[in-house]
Write a protein that binds this ligand. Structure first.
Ligand SMILES: *[C@@H]1O[C@H](CO)[C@@H](O)[C@H](O)[C@H]1NC(C)=O
Length: 380
């Protein structure tokens, strides 16, 4: 979230803070006032094009001295940079056994505070990145549709440095200041044409031990709509409605979703407007996002997909395993009772809790709750 909503607030805070400083600290007459710090880059991240991974510069974000700081990592990634200390911000999104998520470089901060410095965690060695530790992913649905490829899944998020209990945030290549979250983060995929192409439009929600990641086909006419980034407060159920189930690894084909934020009521296409943060928590959403059908699903085992992953302990602490297991088993039972409803006030009530107990479905509502919890926790 927060890439637009929260980040804009952070930027606004940062701006006003710096203005306050500028206004209240009167420099001594002999001291020249520091130049005002700028917010926006010369070129927005989403306007930068790289035909191949090999064409990337060391850092895609070339702006220095802007208000959010410099790019945290780098984009030239290889065997030298690979490993759990990597700060690689070049990501891949190829197939169910070869994709990356964004995660914090260190454990200790809420996603909403550090979206700008996220680094790549991948399911396969060879990209110069960190790896998602073995066993962290507990279910993944990979879906190929006419206009995008999508991964939705379940993860012990502490294993990629996300705080236990963090309901997370949203990453995309825009952000309030157009530098992207992460700043300088780029994604390539060979899923569209069997050769690497830059994924220009994408969005990634993570938190509550679940994630959704959609990478829109840059050759499609509606990439920016399918990968819309303005609905950052309403989570996966509205931005990436899906049939994912914990405990299941499957690759599917699928129909396109509706554009996030649009729905059809009585034959009329409606557009939802996400309320401004200043209006408080989102308590009701007037629709349930249509979940497109999946087809030709092929089921895999985790062991067959993820063969090159390190077995590293969760970075959080030694109690991770017990708590994580309890959370996941709860999620599993909810998945099996899923009814496909989402976005009701019931979910809002469940979402107002800091744990994910109390929801009646997961594959859909659990993720919906995640979205609502975003607002409950961060915008109340
Ligand atoms: C490997 O990546 C590092 C860090 O980006 C870079 O400095 C180095 O030149 C790369 N090596 C090769 C052989 O490309």
């Amino acid at each position: 979230m927060f890439s637009v909503a929260l980040s804009s607030r952070l930027v606004a805070f940062a701006l006003s803070a710096s203005l306050v400083v500028a206004q209240t600290i009167t420099p001594a007459p002999t001291t020249p006032a520091a130049p005002a710090q700028s917010t926006y880059p010369a070129t927005p991240l989403a306007s930068k094009r790289f035909p191949t991974p090999e064409s990337l510069p060391y850092k895609v974000d070339t702006d220095v001295g802007l208000i959010r700081g410099d790019q945290h990592g780098y984009n030239i990634c290889n065997s030298t940079t690979e490993g759990q200390e990597s700060l690689c911000q070049t990501s891949y999104f190829n197939s169910i056994d070869d994709f990356c998520l964004w995660g914090p470089p260190e454990y200790g901060e809420e996603v909403g505070n550090i979206e700008g410095i996220m680094v790549a965690y991948c399911t396969k060695p060879g990209h110069g990145t960190r790896l998602i530790p073995a066993g962290a992913l507990t279910g993944v649905q990979w879906t190929v549709t006419p206009d995008y490829v999508q991964a939705v899944g379940f993860i012990d998020q502490t294993k990629i440095n996300i705080l236990r209990g963090d309901w997370g945030g949203e990453m995309d290549p825009h952000g309030a200041d157009l530098r992207g979250n992460p700043m300088g983060g780029v994604i390539f995929s060979n899923a569209y044409n069997s050769r690497y192409e830059q994924v220009v439009e994408w969005h990634n929600f993570v938190g509550g031990n679940a994630f959704c990641f959609k990478a829109c086909d840059p050759n499609g006419p509606n990439a920016a709509h399918f990968c819309e980034h303005i609905y950052d407060r309403i989570g996966c159920a509205y931005n990436a409605p899906n049939n994912a189930r914990d405990g299941v690894f499957e690759s599917c084909e699928g129909e396109n979703q509706d554009f996030p934020g649009t729905y059809t009521q009585d034959g009329v296409v409606m557009t939802y407007t996400q309320p401004a943060e200043s209006l408080g928590a989102i308590t009701t959403i007037p629709y349930t996002a249509r979940v497109p059908a999946s087809s030709n699903c092929v089921t895999h085992t985790s062991a067959s997909l993820y063969t090159g992953l390190p077995s590293v302990a969760g970075p959080a602490d030694t109690t991770t395993t017990a708590t994580g297991t309890a959370t996941r088993s709860g999620a599993t039972s909810r998945a099996t009772t899923g009814t496909g409803t989402a976005g009701s006030s019931t979910n809002t009530a469940a979402g107002s809790q800091s744990t994910d107990s109390g929801a009646s479905t997961l594959a859909i509502s659990g993720l919906s709750v995640m979205g609502v919890v975003f607002s409950a926790l961060f915008f109340a």
